[in-house]
Design a protein around this ligand. Structure first.
Ligand code: APR
Ligand code: PHB
Length: 395
């Protein structure tokens, strides 16, 4: 079998790449380890930057997001017992973010690919990639009928997340990894309770960080900073709501309306990690396969979208003009933006959480930083510019 671009992984990166390449008349095959149901129901973050929203709409994937997504033109930072709103629209010339679950986007992308005759094979457990440093890279796997397959590609896109096979197929010594791990996690609850505010609230409190987000006008998504080894089973709904109330104390304390959990509570690990470069031979890595951000800046999926926009354009340029210039610069172009998102996500994480080794001096600095961001035009402008998303760059 032969295909122009073989794509490993049907997350937002792999699916959007397949969709964009299809629109450019380029054939793809997507191979995914998990089932379709699993991919469509994996609950993750839900904030879409302005630029990502534009890409989804322009490429024809935005219809349901436009109807069901909630557009927000600001967020609140809460510290010292008060909330401070950052007004994105005023600070960024009218930009905002859209709150729409990642799994909803994945559902929309899978439906669009299949409706257009795109090929996605789910439940493929044994993908392996070969000859990536030649002009004929290959993917081998066993198909659903149990037959061994070999697909010869022009390019392979590794969109298979942190635990995928693609990055690990690159010879030792080629990649450099940069990493910071945080010694806390987020305990997350999805609850049948209307959000307390129309916008997200990020809370710095001496008992730990909290985030009040949402999935709709009826469903809240709330996180509490917790220990890395926190056992979600020890958190009843009542205990969770009570702890949240404590972290919201102060003047104008929001009083969330309580509701039952819609599914088991989970713990999200926090990590900053970049592996460079994002290309080896004819293998191009995108999304979580090559960088991870802690969720505080809400950048994970947006970075995946930005990577594949660059990659789709570079591959299209190769087929239409026979040029490899953009492909050769793919990693450099993406990494400039990736590192700025890493910086922002690390900075927000540092500013908002309680660290077990923070000195009293550093705690005062944290509050000064929050005061600066919320009271200075320059400070809040920089926050807003990064939160709604830096421009997508193709050069
Ligand atoms: N073979 C085939 N598929 C694989 C393999 C493999 N060996 N290993 C992993 N996969 C699949 C996973 O099952 C998953 O569906 O690759 C997909 C990777 O998707 P994501 O993890 O969603 O990564 P990405 O598309 O880069 O999107 C990044 O996802 O993790 C969040 O916060 C992150 O929002 C960000 C977004
Ligand atoms: C979410 O709604 O899940 C969410 C929102 C903002 C974040 C992280 C997660 O920074």
């Amino acid at each position: 079998m032969k295909v122009q671009v073989g794509i490993v992984g049907a997350g937002p990166a792999g699916l959007l790449l397949s969709h964009l390449l299809d629109r450019a008349g380029i054939e793809t095959l997507v191979l995914e380890r998990q089932s379709r149901t699993y991919c469509e129901n994996r609950v993750r973050a839900g904030v879409i930057e302005q630029g990502s929203r534009d890409v989804l709409i322009e490429s024809g994937l935005g219809e349901r997001m436009k109807r069901e997504g909630l557009i927000h033109y600001g967020v609140a930072l809460r510290f010292g017992g008060r909330s401070h709103r950052i007004d994105f629209a005023a600070l960024t010339g009218g930009k905002g973010i859209t709150v729409y679950g990642q799994q909803e986007i994945v559902k929309d992308m899978i439906a669009a690919r299949l409706a257009q005759g795109g090929r996605i094979e789910f439940e493929i457990p044994d993908v392996s990639i070969h000859d990536i440093d030649s002009n004929r890279p290959k993917i081998r796997y066993t198909d659903a009928a149990g037959n061994p397959q070999e697909v010869v590609c022009d390019f392979i896109a590794g969109c298979d997340g942190y635990h995928g096979v693609c990055r690990r197929s690159i010879p030792p010594g080629v990649l450099t990894a940069y990493e910071r791990r945080y010694r806390f996690g987020w305990l997350g609850m999805l609850a049948a309770a209307p959000p307390v505010s129309d916008e997200l609230i990020y809370v710095n409190h001496p008992r730990g960080f909290a985030l009040l987000s949402m999935r709709s006008r009826e469903v809240s998504r709330i996180y509490l900073q917790c220990a890395l080894d926190e056992d979600p089973d020890e958190w009843s709904d009542d205990r969770f709501w009570e702890e949240l109330d404590r972290r919201l104390e102060g003047v104008d304390a929001p009083k969330p309306q309580r509701g039952p959990s819609l599914r088991a509570k989970d713990v999200t690990q926090m990590r900053s990690w970049v592996s460079e470069p994002m290309r080896y031979g004819r293998l191009f890595l995108a999304g979580d396969a090559t960088h991870i951000v802690p969720p505080t800046g809400a950048k994970g999926m947006n970075l995946a979208i930005a990577d594949v926009c660059v990659l789709a354009r570079a591959i299209a340029e190769y087929y239409t003009a026979g040029k490899t210039e953009l492909l050769d610069r793919y990693s450099d172009i993406c990494l400039r933006r990736v590192w700025k998102a890493e910086r922002f996500s690390w900075w927000m994480t540092t500013m908002l959480h309680q660290f077990d080794d923070t000195s009293p001096f550093e705690k005062r600095l944290q509050l000064a930083e929050l005061d600066y961001v919320t009271s200075s035009r320059a400070g809040s402008e920089s926050f807003a510019e990064n939160y709604v998303g830096l421009p997508l760059e193709y050069a």
